[in-house]
Design a protein. Structure first.
Length: 263
C-alpha cells in the first residue's frame, strides 16, 4: 500500500541521489561497518529511500566516516546527507526554509537526545541532564555532531567510542558518567539496554534536548532537481515522524554491536 501511495505522489524522475551516511554500525539507524551497504541498511536509509521514491528518485549509497560527511557534501562527492543543521548551514547547503530564510522544522524529523546513567549512582530519574552533566563526564558516539555542540555549551564530552555498544560498556565500567544517544523516540533503546545490562543502567526521563534532523542537499544538486527535492522535503514533513518510527520497528532485533568476523 505504501508503495502504491508513493507512486501516486511521485512527481517524476530525478538524478540518482548519492546519499552520504556513516560507515559505522549504529543500529537501528545504520547497519554494518565499512563502505559496503548492508542488505538491510538501517531505518534512516530506508526512510530516505522511501522519501526519494515520493519524487520518483533512486538513492545510491556512499558510506563514509562520520567526520567526512559534511566535507563530502561541500566537495560534491555526495549529493545529500542527513544533518543536524544550524541556521548558518543554509548558506552552504540546500535545506528546507521558510519564506524568511529560517530553517523549516515542519519539513524535518524530530529527534530526542536522551542520557543513560548507572543505577548505582542513584540519580533521580527526572533530573535535568543539563544540570547533572555540567560537572560530570558525558559520552557520545565518535564523529557525531552532538559532541562539538555540547562542548561549545561547556559540557565535558568523551567521544572516543564509535557506537552505542562501546559507550554503554564504558558507562558500566565507570569510564564515563552518562551516555547521550540520539533517537527517534525517547524509549527506543530501553529494551536493548535492559537486555544487555539488566538493572545496571537506566535512562533519565528528561531528554537532554529535542531537536530536528534535515536532509541537506548540495546546492548544485538542488538547482538541477529543485521540484523533486521540494517534494521530498514536503513528504518528510507530512510522513517522516510516523514512517521513521515504523522503519525503526523493523530493526527491533538487531544487536547494538555487529557480529565479530571469523578469524
Amino acid at each position: 500500500m505504501a508503495a502504491s501511495l508513493l507512486a501516486t505522489h511521485a512527481s517524476g524522475a530525478c538524478t540518482p541521489i548519492r546519499l552520504g551516511y556513516v560507515d559505522q554500525h549504529r543500529p537501528p539507524y545504520f547497519i554494518g561497518n565499512g563502505s559496503t551497504e548492508a542488505e538491510r541498511p538501517g531505518a534512516t536509509v530506508d526512510l530516505i529511500r522511501e522519501m526519494a521514491a515520493a519524487s520518483g528518485c533512486t538513492v545510491l549509497a556512499v558510506r563514509l566516516p562520520p567526520l567526512r560527511l559534511r566535507q563530502a557534501l561541500v566537495s560534491k562527492q555526495v549529493d545529500a546527507t542527513l544533518m543536524n543543521a544550524t541556521p548558518a548551514d543554509a548558506a552552504e547547503f540546500a535545506l528546507p526554509l521558510h519564506a524568511d530564510g529560517k530553517l523549516d522544522a515542519a519539513r524535518a524529523v524530530r529527534m530526542y537526545t536522551v542520557v543513560f546513567v548507572r543505577a548505582a549512582d542513584q540519580i533521580a530519574l527526572h533530573t535535568d541532564p543539563r544540570d547533572y552533566f555540567a560537572v560530570h563526564r558525558l559520552g557520545t558516539n565518535n564523529g557525531a555532531s552532538l559532541a562539538a555542540q555540547l562542548r561549545a555549551e561547556g559540557f565535558r564530552v568523551d567521544d572516543g567510542a564509535h557506537d552505542g555498544a562501546r559507550n554503554l560498556e564504558k558507562l558500566a565500567r565507570h569510564r564515563i558518567d552518562g551516555y547521550a544517544a540520539t533517537m527517534v523516540a525517547p524509549t527506543r533503546m530501553d529494551a536493548s539496554v535492559e537486555a544487555k545490562f539488566g538493572a545496571q543502567l537506566v535512562r533519565l526521563k528528561t531528554p537532554l534536548r529535542v531537536h530536528h534532523f534535515w536532509l541537506a542537499f548540495s546546492k548544485p544538486y538542488y538547482a538541477a532537481n529543485r521540484a523533486a527535492v521540494e517534494t521530498m522535503w514536503t513528504w518528510m514533513g507530512a510522513h517522516g515522524d510516523q514512517r521513521f518510527n515504523w522503519h525503526v520497528d523493523q530493526y527491533a532485533n538487531v544487536p547494538l554491536a555487529p557480529p565479530e568476523k571469523p578469524r
